[in-house]
Each structure stands twice: as C-alpha cells, then as structure tokens.
Design a protein around this ligand. Structure first.
Ligand code: BTN
Length: 250
C-alpha cells in the first residue's frame, strides 16, 4: 500500500510550451508522482487520435500531471481517475456536475467542455487535461466545432487557472490513493454513475470495424461493453459517437 496523501507535489507554470504532455514526457525520470505542469499557451497542443488541441492564451486550462502507478492493473484505470478528478474539482469549485463520456471526454450540457489525453512513458502515465474556460460561441462556430462549449458559454464563472489546476491535481492524488488503498471497484462504480455513454445507442470501433449497439457497461479494466443485435463487444479504445434525439450520432 502506498500513500501519497502527505506528499508535496509541484506545479510548474509556463508561459508557452509545445505541449504540456511532451514537457512531462521529456522529464519523467526527474519528476515525481503528482508533479504537474500548466501552460498559458500550447503551440502544438495534442488531442486524442492524432488531433490538434487548439490552446490559445486565456481560452482554457492546459494541464498535465505525472502519475506513477504501482502496477499495470492501476495504469489502465488512470484515464478513469482523471475524469473523476475533473468531475470532483468542477463540482467543488464551480458547482457544476459535468458528465464523463467514455473514454475521455468532459461533457457539459451535452457538449464537449474538455478532453483527457493519457500517454505512457517508462511505466509512468502523463495525464493531459484540457478544459474550455472562456471561449465565446463564435469561437466554436468559426472552428466548425458545433459540439464544443466553454464554462463561459454555459454561464458558469470560470475559476482562475491556478486554482482549477491545483484542485484537479489534488483530487487526482486523493482518488489515486483510494485506488491504491481500496481497489478499483468503487472507482469504476463512481465513473459509471457519472458516465453519459451508458444506456445510449452508440457507434464504436471494435478492432478495425464499426459497430452499432447499446453501451451497456464498463468492466473492471475500464473498457466499454457494447451490445449489438448479435453479440457483446469489449471496446478498449477509439472514439464513440452517441445517438441524439434526431437520430444523428455526435
Ligand atoms: C481530446 O482530444 O479530447 C484530448 C485533449 C487533451 C488536451 C490536453 S491540453 C493539456 C495536455 N497537453 C496536450 O498537448 N494535450 C493535453
């Protein structure tokens, strides 16, 4: 059993960096579990599936946290823990209840408020968290991202970046300690409670094909179980689209 509760972690603040994830990946052996970096601007912010994460000054939070899981079993649960840490920090600081779309989207009012990109290096996990804070709706219109939303657009006062970053890091460490001390059952159960994917009609990717069905569960490894007309599939990566009222998938 490891306990990091009393461990002092460090948050590094940068004016500009290519990507906060890259910054930590280059320093995994020098930094400790729970150390983090925040940048005011990312010049090459990375999204999931090779996408770009637009990261202009004043628009959002660009945070990466280094985690050093004690086992492979815990490593696979890290993205789930990141989602829960954001959920908890947003509730405590802003009074809003965000949803978690499997695997790694942060949802507010049915739209994407942010995302999580976890990358591995030398047994450590680099957890990148991007949250839209101050963009106006025109920003997402111009970028042709109709599904995007910021706290500002939702009428929520954005906390300052430092307060938000440090709360997320804190929650991440607390939830990670719960994983180490009590196991993953209750962590997965909590994720499922806040997961907007479960019970929905989805399009997901299984091996190299697209499947359509209902998202019915998340297993102990954090994988999504999708039931189609003929079988149940265990989906472990990729993008999942949710069916909305007019029958379209977003
Ligand atoms: C997604 O595609 O939804 C994940 C977006 C993750 C963006 C964050 S911003 C901080 C960290 N640094 C990066 O380059 N990406 C992540």
């Amino acid at each position: 059993m490891r306990d990091h509760e009393d461990q002092k972690t460090m948050v590094i603040y940068l004016d500009s960096v290519d990507s906060t994830n890259n910054y930590l990946k280059d320093r995994v052996t020098e930094l400790s579990h729970g150390d983090a970096v925040v940048a005011a601007v990312q010049t090459m912010g990375k999204g999931r599936l090779g996408r770009q994460w637009e990261s202009n000054a004043g628009d959002g939070l660009y945070l990466s946290v280094l985690m050093h899981p004690s086992s492979m079993e815990h490593f696979t649960i890290i993205p789930i823990i990141c989602g829960l840490a954001v959920h908890s920090a947003m509730k405590l600081l802003c009074g809003v209840e965000i949803g978690l779309k499997w695997p790694n989207d942060i949802i507010l009012d049915g739209r994407k408020l942010g995302g999580i990109l976890c990358e591995g290096r030398l047994g450590r996990a680099v957890c990148g968290i991007g949250i839209n804070l101050n963009q106006k709706s025109q920003y997402f219109e111009e970028k042709q991202l109709p599904n995007g939303i910021s706290l500002h657009m939702a009428g929520v006062n954005a906390p300052d970046v430092k307060t938000l970053a440090e709360k997320i890091v804190n929650e991440l460490i607390l939830i990670y300690n719960r994983l180490e001390n009590s196991g993953k059952g209750e962590i997965i159960a909590e994720f499922k409670k806040n997961c907007v994917t479960l019970g929905r009609e989805v399009i997901a990717h299984y091996r190299d094909r697209e499947i359509r069905g209902t998202a019915v569960d998340i297993n102990d490894d954090g994988e999504l179980i999708v039931r189609t007309d003929d079988a149940e599939y265990t989906v472990n990566s990729g993008e999942v689209k949710l069916r909305i009222a007019d029958g379209a998938y977003v």
